[in-house]
Write a new protein. Sequence first.
Length: 79
Amino acid sequence: MSTIRDINQTAFRQLKPSIDRNYPYGRFVAIDGGQIVADSADIVDLQRVLAARVNDTREVLVVQAGHEYPDYVDILCGT
């Protein structure tokens, strides 16, 4: 069973070429339910738009057009 996070990640990998072609470099693009639902040049503005449109903004994937993201990241925490 896929989670919304899995759906959005898969959609991003498929949509990335289109995002990079159709949005200016650095523009914030929001993906929810496997679709682009909003975009903005400003992250704060995008958060406002999402809060008005999306039930659970914690599930939305936000990326920047033209940026490269690693497939995996190790986060190390010191104790």
